[in-house]
Design a protein around this ligand. Structure first.
Ligand SMILES: Nc1ncnc2c1ncn2[C@@H]1O[C@H](COP(=O)(O)OP(=O)(O)OP(=O)(O)O)[C@@H](O)[C@H]1O
Ligand SMILES: Nc1ncnc2c1ncn2[C@@H]1O[C@H](COP(=O)(O)OP(=O)(O)OP(=O)(O)O)[C@@H](O)[C@H]1O
Ligand SMILES: [Mg+2]
Ligand SMILES: [Mg+2]
Lengths: 227, 227
């Protein structure tokens, strides 16, 4: 499903260059469940942003489901995201003035074939599955950190995406809530979804089929390189 | 150092009331190291915000270092915070347009007796201690999630506060970085500081002297109630 070849991502700050990704080559099969681990600053979020078509690599090629995402323009990438990708951001990126329900409905607004009533029902269901049935009308500032994280997760799952990318999805959750979230990701995976998550939690990494370790922008270990 | 009596915090949303804290009574000794644990939404951040004088309880009394914080006005609480408290927020709250160095200097700006050169040097040192010596000029959007968290930690520690309150300080950190941060908190504690941290990490909770478990706004377990 995913092919990365010679991927590099460099940030330029005046005279200084930060090499967030260097020479990354990776191939992820459709329906696989992969965990990306590594020290703070090692390039995990940058990697996930490239996979999610949110960021373009400065070098290399990214082919997603047969289409070359790295050479697409903004609109092309936005369409690809809307059709295939669900993304849980490390800092959530919820709309501050919208309720939890409205935040989760948002990705479904881009599917005009879904009637309002069904859209609302699917969003309600998604929030129920992350344990927030009694928080539908709360805005992000009226939610705890872990509740905000769960709204972000519900929003990413509501379209049942072909590719789910999650950046530290349990970072603000107690082990009980974290286990419930992992079960949701496992369910999407069981339905044929492809999951890539970044995590600092060893237990979460252990639940994945494949584990990729990053250091200084490179992939230095890969438990499933043959796959 | 800290006395909470009959503390309640209720949020009103139209007709609905959310009881984020209910009947909390707690006494924390000067120089103690306490961990607050509990499920997502159980009231931990609300508790910490009351302790940090960022939020006023709707009922009950909070006495900090002999002064009744719960009855102070905004200015009184702001002064108390500036003098005695360092706070690491669950969502960091960094200034987006300032560099890491400027963000960490900020609490020292309220101490005009400290000359500019020394202020800059202390901020640089604080960032070095959290492993960010090479990120001084980066703004928050130019930092990884865990790097932003470490800037927030450095900012809370730069004044060597009498009371350090940290809300999930290792939530975005790999175990290596997390261990380094815990060592910094332990160092402050060894110098006589009082530390209260909220955490979902069992290892972090285990390193504290006392463990408080919250559920639905109440303290339901307390390993050091006699202290
Ligand atoms: N402004 C608000 N209005 C209404 N309810 C609120 C508001 N802020 C917080 N709450 C509710 O108060 C409860 C406690 O919130 P708090 O942030 O203290 O939880 P927490 O224990 O820190 O959770 P987490 O582990 O997820 O960070 C939550 O159920 C939350 O929905
Ligand atoms: N806009 C930017 N400009 C300059 N450097 C950047 C920018 N964004 C990120 N970086 C740097 O790129 C490196 C990789 O960042 P990234 O967010 O991918 O790390 P990460 O592995 O997700 O870390 P964490 O575990 O802390 O979230 C970091 O060292 C960071 O400082
Ligand atoms: Mg990251
Ligand atoms: Mg919290």
């Amino acid at each position: 499903l995913i092919l990365l070849e010679g991927i590099g991502r460099t940030y330029r700050m005046g005279e200084v260059e930060v090499h967030a990704l260097r020479g990354v080559a990776l191939s992820l099969a459709r329906g696989s469940f992969t965990a990306i681990v590594g020290a703070s600053g090692s390039g995990k979020s940058t990697m996930l942003n490239v996979l999610g078509c949110l960021d373009r690599p400065t070098s290399g090629r990214y082919v997603l489901d047969g289409r070359e995402a790295s050479s697409m323009d903004r609109d092309g990438r936005a369409r690809l995201r809307g059709e295939k990708i669900g993304f849980v951001f490390q800092s959530f990126h919820l709309l501050g003035r919208a309720s939890a329900l409205e935040n989760v409905e948002l990705p479904l607004l881009y599917r005009p074939e879904i009637p309002t009533r069904e859209r609302r029902e699917r969003a309600r269901e998604a929030l129920d599955r992350v344990g927030l049935a009694d928080r539908l009308d709360h805005r992000p500032t009226q939610l705890s950190g872990g509740q905000q994280q769960r709204v972000a997760i519900a929003r990413a799952l509501v379209t049942r995406p072909a590719l789910l990318l999650a950046d530290e999805p349990t970072g603000n959750l107690d082990s009980g809530s974290g286990t419930e979230i992992l079960a949701l990701l496992a369910a999407l995976h069981a339905e044929g979804g492809t999951v890539v998550l970044v995590t600092h939690d060893a237990a979460v990494a252990a639940s994945a089929q494949r584990r990729i370790l990053m250091r200084d922008g490179r992939v230095v270990e890969d438990s499933g390189a043959a796959a």
